[in-house]
Write a protein that binds this ligand. Structure first.
Ligand code: FRU
Length: 494
């Protein structure tokens, strides 16, 4: 039975979506059907399609009582909106259906596991927020909340853990048919931990152990964990709040963290070996992955960050986009990301410029646009003298530009959207330390109207940023301080 709250949301979104012109949205990045979107939720492959749910406030373009929006796709680039899947309409989630995940049950139904939020007012005017883990079961379109919700609450927490910061369950099924889920939590020391729970039927859950403790190393509370096997290793992805910078690896505020290690499936023990950021740009948070039918591990993140939400188009009734889906792999102990190969089907109007040697500023025939896939190989034109700086400027007109620059002597790539038209005093630049030898670097830029994702050295690092520069600013130019030799391959993404 659909509740009145959900029916209203569905009616509202259907009418309101029609008011948004296609060209005022990203072309192939999933954006809110209407209103506000944050984290990807329930990213799954179910009944022959990819399903993406998302944190959703349909009624305006700001965060509010969380619903789950819903969209499906067969290639992760062309999305069809479905009616909202969940609304905050139950005693345990009256104040929000927060992030969570999805899985197919053996009987063919789809199970959603999410965080129910309930605000408990105090007599003195204060409020305590309770977060519990809840279930909803459905057919890919309509979902019934499980009558025995919540399935995990304060009594399932280890001693000293917060009842307010207990959220974002990620569920998976083990080879033996039993289930596990991990949930972000805040222990007594105030930083983060990831809790592991076990179940035989995906309905009745028990606390098993603390999978991993932050111990104040990477920010504070860890949100939106994901955990999976990849290329023989195990990977924990999470998004820590309140981070401190560590060199060029982590930055202040909300960030992303990838821990690579080994996992003993007999004892459910994770041994962490390496750590790194997931994305080195400005706007990327709370990613979630899916295992594709062909075995690829694909990740999508919220292409936004809580710290930079004030950069927006005020006149648009939608806010929030997902990143491009990224294929993950591990090479030399590091997480690599590549735009999904399905993107190649959207490539048109190939333009090639090989061995272009230049210094100063140049433009190249056929190289412009705001929906583009641009591959660059950069090297010094003069082997004896490495150039000082290379930059590619895009979303450019006389007034505006966003840029990626590379300084070989420092091995630093910088993304800079300071001149993208933003009127906000927020972060507009970020730097990243990259691997490069003798002034050589490979860059791949994916542009989609309001965003740029830069894959450095075949996906060894990625920098993501949104920019809301007017679409008429579609120029691309190249700058070299010193002499650079480059190959350019450019496609329109149509
Ligand atoms: C992360 C997050 C989650 C929470 C959701 C609420 O971006 O804070 O921890 O479930 O957003 O919308």
């Amino acid at each position: 039975m659909t509740s009145q709250t959900l029916r209203e949301a569905r009616k509202y979104e259907e009418a309101s979506e029609k008011m948004i012109k296609k060209e005022n949205r990203p072309a192939f990045h999933l954006s809110a059907r209407t209103g506000w979107l944050n984290d990807p939720n329930g990213f799954s492959y179910y009944q022959g399609q990819y399903h993406m749910f998302y944190q959703y406030h349909p009624y305006n373009s700001y965060w509010g009582p969380m619903h789950w929006g819903h969209a499906v796709s067969s290639d992760l680039l062309h999305w069809t909106y479905l009616p909202a899947a969940l609304a905050p309409d139950d005693v345990h989630d009256r104040d929000g259906c927060f992030s969570g995940s999805a899985i197919e049950l053996p009987d063919g139904r789809q199970l959603l596991m999410y965080t129910g939020v309930l605000k408990m007012p105090h007599e003195n005017g204060g409020v305590t927020e309770l977060q519990t883990q809840c279930l909803a079961i459905g057919d890919g379109l309509d979902y019934e909340k499980y009558p025995q919700n919540p399935v995990l609450d304060a009594k399932d927490l280890p001693e000293g853990s917060s009842r307010q910061d207990f959220r974002d369950p990620k569920i998976w099924r083990k080879a033996d048919g039993s289930y596990r889920c991990i949930v972000g939590s805040r222990p007594a020391d105030g930083s983060g931990q990831i809790l592991l729970f076990a179940s035989q039927d995906a309905l009745h859950w028990e606390f098993e152990k603390i999978l991993i403790s932050n111990r104040d190393r990477f920010g504070k509370m860890w949100e939106c964990p994901d955990f999976f096997e990849l290329d023989g290793r195990w990977v924990l992805l999470t998004s820590p709040q309140d981070m401190l910078p560590k060199g060029f690896e982590y930055h202040n505020g909300n960030g992303t963290l990838c821990l690579i290690g080994d996992f003993d499936e007999e004892t459910d023990t994770f041994t962490e070996k390496q750590d790194q950021a997931i994305d080195y740009g400005i706007d990327f948070y709370a990613p979630q992955t899916v295992l594709a039918p062909d075995g690829r591990r694909i990740m999508i993140g919220w292409m936004q960050n809580w710290d930079t939400c004030s950069l927006r188009m005020p006149e648009q009734p939608w806010y929030g986009q997902m990143s491009i889906p990224r294929e993950l792999s591990i090479k030399n102990g590091r997480l690599f990301q590549q735009p999904i190969r399905e993107l190649e089907n959207m490539r048109q109007n190939k333009v090639v410029h090989e061995n272009v040697s230049f210094s100063g500023i140049i433009r190249l025939e056929g190289v412009k646009g705001r929906r583009a896939d641009l591959e660059l190989v950069i090297r010094p034109a003069d082997g004896e003298h490495i150039y000082q700086k290379f930059a590619v400027r895009f979303a450019q007109d006389k007034e505006y530009q966003t840029s990626i620059s590379f300084r070989p002597y420092e091995s630093i790539v910088k993304i800079d959207r300071k001149f993208s038209g933003s009127r906000k005093a927020i972060i507009h630049q970020r730097r990243c330390l990259v691997n490069s030898k003798n002034g050589q670097i490979k860059l791949r830029l994916i542009l989609d109207r309001f965003s740029a994702e830069i894959f450095i050295n075949d996906g060894e690092q990625v920098m993501t940023a949104t920019m809301y520069t007017d679409q008429t600013a579609d120029g691309i130019s190249f700058l070299a301080d010193g002499s650079v030799n480059m190959d350019v391959v450019k496609y329109d993404l149509v």
